[in-house]
Ligand binder design. Sequence first.
Ligand code: UFG
Length: 333
Amino acid sequence: MKVLVTGGLGFIGSHTVVELLNNNYEVVVVDNLYNSSIDVVDKIKIITGRDFKLYQEDVCNKEKIDEIFNMEKPDAVIHFAAYKAVGESVNKPIMYYRNNLVSTLNLCEAMQKYNCKKIVFSSSATVYGNPDVLPITEECRVGGTTNPYGSTKLMNEMILKDFTIANDDFCAVILRYFNPIGAHESGLIGEKPNGIPNNLMPYIVRVASKELKELSVFGNDYPTHDGTGVRDYIHVVDLAKGHLKALEYNNRGIDYFNLGTGIGYSVLDMINTFERVNKVKVPYKIVDRRPGDIAECYADPTKALKVLGWKAELGIEDMMRDSYNFILKQKGN
Ligand code: UFG
């Protein structure tokens, strides 16, 4: 089976390409290197001992996408390519809407033209907004997104839903990720945000490795067990494996799955566990809440287990160890 992976050199994309190659899928990556680096290609080849094709192109370029589909005739698409910085999306909404929506529209048109029937879409727990009930099931209300990035994820889901309604032999699997962290155990690939990181784990590892002075903990007055924000962190390798299950799933129309562990950890839990596992200090200070943040968010991942046979296998210690190992390897330690 030939799978076209957009954004296949990014954080989640690269780990998914590794799992695909390890499971004998033929892989074609389309990536414009906007938020990824070309040396990931060799790293993936070292990890897997296998080869794949790369088109260094933008998924928003309709003519190029048409050409690639015409040449490759993929059997399925996994669509990761998107802008993903929440704060930036507030300042540059049109850039986010254009990039994150046009790319999907181009893919849908090419899939229709070249008879490619299946897409797995990289969505996010952000589509649930501020959840009414916890843990979050796929039946929970979506909407109330608090930033343009989140809105593009929800709009993409709507586009794919309407597309599958209009084309009843076309199927889409929407994967709603909770908080992906960790890295491949080799330490060769991982998360490498440009500039100062926005997300918790990339920030923690940079403080631990002394590239940044201290972590700011955004608020300790939330209604959680220690007052800091609670999230469902999931190892990126587990997440990657979820995409293979989604590819193998023989659904009709559109279906939605939460990919999380079902366990919530607070910011202080994360700092303490990181320090214990890696035997390194993470200096921090408590600051004001970050606007737009919610108190608590964790998944009910039962449906993914029942329907896809997928379950997160790696625990929080593995996530801590692998995140730090990746940074140390990057620095040549
Ligand atoms: N946090 C800090 N300090 C930091 C960074 C984060 O205290 O420097 C806290 C946040 O307040 C939050 C928790 O750590 O309580 C996690 O924050 P992240 O920024 O790592 O992740 P979010 O849950 O805010 O957002 C993530 C993804 C989004 C996605 C969302 C879906 O980054 O893309 O999950 O739930 F939309």
